[in-house]
Design a protein around this ligand. Structure first.
Ligand SMILES: [Zn+2]
Length: 374
């Protein structure tokens, strides 16, 4: 079945919105123009590429939410990846947040685009910035790789990830220069041209990195999802939450099946490793008809399996078991939110119930990934 790569950016703004989000929207439109030129010279993407210009983002992600809700069944069947471009040509530093099956993809993406300084890539500059912002403490080693953030909310990927379980990526370029202008009347073209990107260098870089992302996702024989990395990331979150829970109450925390959560995350990671090996084997030889499509379908559907139909406690619209904005953190993410927030609130009964839900979701995803030949 034909699957979709969707790229979206909002065009509404609180006032002028030169940075937020015209700078991101322009990079999306540049990519659309570039791909249309490629199509005129005969290129055909392996997957359909949908370009979506959102309205109503600022007052509550209205446009993207309505669109996703209206097309729920079609998106569930076809959406492979959603790429989000909000404000994002504000300086030389790439940053990305994503569903963590995409971590290696985002790293490779940043490695393949030259930065604003000679013989450096966007990846090098991203790592420099991440090291500046997270200096090693307590004898810990320096950051080895730039961190791919977890998706909370505050932009149009929210409905895709949190409501439907579509693998998503949010990225952009940032810099030091936007202090105080965010969501204000100072975010206007004169400010952007004078202080942020006088030669539109960063805007070109932003278009390049967006274009490479969309091209690779649209043309990859096998979707570049690494569920081994994803599973290990989930395991890290579980360990973190267990530590918090034990610090709160070493007795009560025993009611939560952390061993089961870890086993489920590990099994998911192992299934991810097998899926990657399967991909390598398929691509190395002459894959039997339908084998690559079958693998792609399983990779796509494993993310859907992490959706819990009943949703999170007290907010059923948010259905992803691994990512959600915190109930009290605005845009800020809470990973494995059902369990983590119950523990934050000291509600161990709820945490125990939620842990079961997360385990079941991970087991579903593991089964889907492992269902070879289906
Ligand atoms: Zn925005």
């Amino acid at each position: 079945m034909a699957s979709w790569i969707i790229i979206g950016s909002h065009r509404d703004a609180w006032t002028f919105g030169a940075s937020d989000s015209v700078s991101g929207h322009v990079s999306m439109m540049s990519v659309a123009r570039g791909l249309s030129e490629m199509m005129k010279s005969g290129w055909q993407p392996r997957r359909s590429v949908l370009f979506v210009s959102w309205d109503g983002e600022e007052p509550g992600l209205l446009g993207s939410t309505e669109w996703v809700e209206d097309r729920e069944s079609e998106l569930k069947a076809k959406a492979a990846v959603y790429v989000n471009r909000d404000a994002g040509a504000g300086g030389p530093f790439f940053s990305g947040s994503a569903v963590h099956s995409l971590t290696p993809f985002v790293h490779e993406l940043a490695q393949s685009v030259d930065a604003d300084q000679p013989s450096k890539t966007l990846y090098d500059r991203w790592l420099e910035r991440a090291r500046d912002q997270n200096p090693p403490k307590d004898g810990q080693p320096m950051l080895k790789v730039p961190p791919v953030g977890a998706l909370g909310s505050g932009s149009d990927y929210t409905a895709f990830v949190d409501h439907l379980g579509v693998t998503a990526l949010d990225m952009g370029l940032t810099g030091p220069g936007d202090n105080g202008t965010y969501h204000s009347t100072y975010d206007n073209p004169a400010w952007f041209k004078k202080y942020i990107d006088p030669q539109f260098k960063f805007s070109v870089l932003a278009a390049q990195v967006t274009g490479v992302a969309v091209l690779r996702l649209a043309d990859a024989q096998v979707l570049p999802f690494d569920d081994e990395v994803y599973g290990k990331q989930i395991l890290e979150y579980v360990n973190e939450i267990e530590k918090d829970a034990t610090a709160k109450s070493s007795v009560e925390s025993k009611r939560v099946d952390f061993a089961g959560l870890k086993a489920a995350a590990e099994a998911f990671a192992r299934a991810g490793a097998r899926a990657r090996k399967e991909a390598d084997a398929l691509l190395a030889g002459q894959p039997p008809k339908g084998a690559v499509a079958g693998l792609n379908h399983r990779l796509m559907m494993a993310e859907r399996d992490l959706i819990e139909p009943a949703g999170l406690p007290d907010r059923p619209w948010f259905r992803h078991t691994i990512y959600a904005p915190g109930l009290y953190t605005g845009y800020g993410v809470k990973t494995i939110p059902g369990v983590r927030e119950a523990i934050d609130a000291g509600n161990f009964t709820r945490a125990a119930e939620q842990a079961k839900i997360v385990i079941r979701a991970l087991e579903r995803a593991t089964r889907t990934l492992s269902a070879q030949g289906s």
